[in-house]
Design a binder for this molecule. Structure first.
Ligand code: 3BY
Ligand code: FES
Ligand code: FE
Length: 430
């Protein structure tokens, strides 16, 4: 196991539980960490701390997995991996959405290796054990003996909740409460009729950076001016409608747009669910309606019941792994999954009305330009941040309360969640 030069996580020789000692050291570091500063180095590059993040955050909290419109019909499925846990999400009878560990109950083969598709049954590629879409084992060949009880070998379920078209999964045995999130997302997303969207474009990029650096970078626009010329054709640099940097001109624009949105009966209020979620609709730059190179719509067919393209962006944050923009003509959803201490998968999906016709209503190559450029710029920033943090010279630095309040909120959420969840994680999985 790598021990970084200035890590305080090195296990003492007498200890035979490296993750246990790492947990204690982590809690101690968190306890001493000054609020408003970036984290000590091991949080960004240590292999044991990465394991603790997986166990205490990604195997315990509700995570954004995908959109319900990605599995529109019975048999449609998507897969993802949360740490070492392959998961499958599948639509079954009567439109019910199920999530399972994507792991065969025979000898544990991953059941479904593909990212998405449509199946009649879930058939293991190894020895063809066959499962119903609700997880029941239907068939295990004839060689398992007459006393073999199929009922004992169903797929292991994973908690799943659909909220305004977003699919959230949780690997914990007792998932945290999600009722408020569901009611809030249902309310904000209702005008978009999210069941009737479709994915126009998908991009997956792997960043050579810790997942927290990817999220930290997203939580501020301090870097936007120097980094994102394409995005700034339409995006305001203010992160929230109550951003402390807001100018009188911006506040006046916000008030004017909010009156328009009230008349259309679409929600715009700033709502927070603890520090985990923030939803708010904010205007784009005056004269622009969509995050495109020219600020004009990328899709002629608007989403849901919307009759105006001028909806600003409904910005939806879900810690630890998603941020999203819903405009009038299209939406862009982002999912972050940790792959390793310094490796993170960022998946971006561009959504449009399901009846929008490619080549007629939208051009996917045009639609993706701004966020492809922005994602690549953000990838470089996160990777350079990681390179500097790996140095002997790195020490935690101060966040700006004016420009980086979103980062402070994220780090506060991370610290509280880790402190709450670390106490009862297993010592070391053997
Ligand atoms: O990978 C696949 O395409 C299928 C879908 C479900 C099981 N798996 C083998
Ligand atoms: Fe799945 Fe054998 S491991 S059928
Ligand atoms: Fe950025």
């Amino acid at each position: 196991m790598d021990v970084v030069a200035n890590s305080s996580l090195a296990p003492s020789p007498s200890q035979d539980d490296p993750l246990g000692s790492a947990r204690e050291a982590t809690l101690e570091m968190l306890g001493q960490h000054p609020q408003g500063f970036s984290l000590p180095q091991p949080f960004y590059n240590d292999a044991r701390l990465f394991q603790l993040d997986i166990q205490a955050i990604f195997e315990r909290e509700w995570l954004f997995a995908g959109m319900s419109c990605e599995i529109p019909a019975k048999g449609n499925f998507i897969t993802l991996s949360i740490g070492d846990n392959p998961i499958i999400i599948v639509r079954g009878d009567g439109g019910t959405i199920h999530a399972f560990h994507n792991v065969c109950r025979h000898r544990g083969s991953r059941l479904c290796p593909t990212e998405s598709g449509k199946v009649a049954k879930l058939v293991c590629p190894y020895h063809q054990w066959t499962y119903e879409l609700d997880g029941r084992l239907l068939f295990a060949g004839s060689d398992m003996g007459t006393n073999f009880d199929l009922g004992q070998y169903g797929l292991k379920p994973v908690a799943i909740t659909e909220a305004g078209g977003f699919l959230f999964v949780c690997l914990a045995d007792n998932p945290p409460a999600i009722d408020e999130l569901k009611a809030t997302f249902d309310h904000y997303l209702a005008p978009y009729d999210t069941e009737n969207l479709k994915v126009a474009v998908t991009s997956s990029i792997e960043e050579t950076a810790n997942w927290k650096l990817v999220i930290e970078n997203n939580r501020e626009c301090y870097h936007c001016n120097g980094a994102h010329p394409e995005l700034l054709n339409s995006l305001q640099e203010f992160d929230d409608s109550d951003d402390p940097r807001a100018t009188p001109a911006y506040r006046e624009l916000v008030a004017r747009k909010q009156a328009d949105w009230d008349a259309m009966q679409v929600p715009w209020q700033l709502t927070r669910i603890g520090k985990r979620n923030r939803l708010t609709r904010t205007p784009l730059l005056n004269g622009t309606v969509s995050m495109t190179m020219d600020g004009k719509v990328a899709c002629k067919r608007l989403m849901g019941r919307l009759t105006s393209a001028d909806m600003g962006s409904l910005r939806i944050l879900h810690l630890p792994n998603s941020w999203n923009h819903f405009m009038g003509d299209h939406a862009v959803v982002f999912r972050v999954l940790p792959l390793g201490p310094q490796r993170t998968l960022v998946t971006t999906k561009w959504l449009v009305h399901k009846d929008a016709v490619e080549g007629v209503d939208y051009d996917p190559e045009q639609m993706r330009k701004v966020w492809d450029a922005t994602n690549d710029q953000d990838r470089r920033l996160a990777e350079e941040n990681q390179r500097g943090i790996n140095s002997l010279a790195y020490q935690p630095g101060p966040y700006s309360a004016t420009y980086e309040f979103g980062v402070i909120d994220f780090i506060d959420w991370y610290r509280e969640t880790l402190q709450n969840n670390l106490g009862d994680t297993p010592a070391l999985r053997l």
